[in-house]
Design a protein around this ligand. Structure first.
Ligand SMILES: Nc1ncnc2c1ncn2[C@@H]1O[C@H](COP(=O)(O)OP(=O)(O)OP(=O)(O)O)[C@@H](O)[C@H]1O
Ligand SMILES: [Mg+2]
Length: 268
C-alpha cells in the first residue's frame, strides 16, 4: 500500500500581492508527526489553511491520498465532504471553532453532519468526553469556558469525527503550564496510537517530544527540512503516559485507521 497521505508540489500562495508561500514541496506519510517552525509571518498558518482546503495555491499542486485538492475539485459536494472528514483542523483561536449552545451539542455537530445515526453519535460523544476527561463541561456553554477548556472541547470536536490527520495551529498558545503539559502528553498518546499530525508551534518542548520531522520556514516563505538532534533529556513525568491510557485510545477507536479501497469508493 502507498503510505503517502499528502503531497505538495511547488506550492506558491500570495494574499493579493503579498507572498506567503514560495515553492513549497512536502510529502507526508501516514503516521508521521510533522512540526512546522519559523518566525512570525513566515507562512506556517497559511500552509495549514491550504492543507485544509481553506485557501488554494496560485501555483503548484496538492494531492491528498492521490486526489487533487483545488477550488475546482472541492466544488463537488461529495468529494468535499470526503476530504473534510479526513482532516481535523484545530485553530489557534478556539472561539472561531465553537458555536453551539452547549459542549455536548458542539461535539455531536460533526458526527451528525457526517450522517451517523443517533446511537452512533451518542457513542462518539461519550467516547471523546471520556478520553478528554471533560464530563463536567458537558452542559456548559462553550463561549463561557476558559481558554484551556475551550481547547479541550475543540480537540474533542475534531476527534469525534475520527479524521485521518490532525492539523493543529499553535496548540499551546494561551495555555498555562499545566494545560501545556497535559496537551503535550495527550498529543503524544495520539502519536503513539498512530495518528498523523501536522503541528505549527513555537514551543521547543512540544517539537522535541512530538516531531518525526521538522519543517522550517524562512523569512522568504520557503520551507526546508531540518535534521534536529536533541542532546538534552528534559525530565517531565507527564510525558510518559500510562500504558492503560494508551490502551484506552485504541479501544476508543482513536488509533490509526487505514481506509480500504471499498470504504473510499463507498464514500465517493
Ligand atoms: N488574511 C491575510 N491577508 C493578507 N496577508 C496575510 C493574511 N494572513 C497572513 N498574511 C501574511 O502572510 C504571511 C504569512 O502569514 P502566516 O499567518 O502564514 O504566518 P505564520 O508563520 O503562521 O506566523 P505566526 O508565527 O505569527 O503565526 C505574513 O506576512 C502575513 O502578514
Ligand atoms: Mg500562524
Amino acid at each position: 500500500m502507498n503510505d503517502t497521505l499528502l503531497q505538495l508540489k511547488d506550492i506558491c500562495y500570495a494574499y493579493e500581492d503579498h507572498i506567503a508561500l514560495r515553492y513549497i514541496n512536502l510529502e507526508i506519510r501516514r503516521g508521521e508527526t510533522i512540526i512546522l517552525e519559523g518566525a512570525n509571518g513566515s507562512g506556517k498558518s497559511t500552509l495549514l489553511k491550504l492543507i485544509n482546503g481553506l485557501v488554494f495555491a496560485n501555483e503548484g499542486s496538492y494531492l491528498f491520498e492521490g486526489r487533487e485538492i483545488s477550488e475546482e475539485s472541492l466544488k463537488n459536494n461529495k468529494f468535499a465532504k470526503w476530504f473534510h472528514q479526513k482532516i481535523g483542523f484545530v485553530f489557534q483561536n478556539s472561539d472561531i471553532q465553537l458555536f453551539c449552545s452547549n459542549v455536548e451539542e458542539e461535539i455531536a455537530f460533526g458526527p451528525l453532519q457526517m450522517g451517523l445515526d443517533e446511537e452512533a453519535v451518542r457513542q462518539r460523544v461519550d467516547d471523546v468526553i471520556r478520553l478528554l476527561d471533560i464530563d463536567k463541561l458537558r452542559d456548559r456553554a462553550p463561549y463561557h469556558l476558559s481558554g484551556g477548556e475551550k481547547k479541550k472541547v475543540a480537540i474533542a470536536c475534531i476527534l469525534s469525527m475520527n479524521p485521518e490527520i490532525l492539523v493543529l495551529d499553535e496548540p499551546l498558545a494561551g495555555l498555562d503550564r499545566p494545560a501545556q503539559e497535559w496537551l503535550i502528553s495527550f498529543l503524544l498518546k495520539l502519536k503513539k496510537a498512530g495518528k498523523t499530525m501536522i503541528i505549527a508551534t513555537h514551543n521547543e518542548e512540544l517539537a522535541e517530544h512530538l516531531a518525526d520531522r521538522h519543517i522550517f520556514f524562512n523569512e522568504e516563505h520557503e520551507a526546508e527540512e531540518l535534521q534536529v538532534f536533541y542532546h538534552t533529556h528534559r525530565h517531565c513525568h507527564v510525558l510518559h503516559p500510562k500504558s492503560e491510557e494508551e490502551e484506552m485510545l485504541v479501544e476508543e477507536g482513536i488509533e490509526h485507521h487505514t481506509h480500504t479501497e471499498e470504504e473510499l469508493s463507498g464514500d465517493l
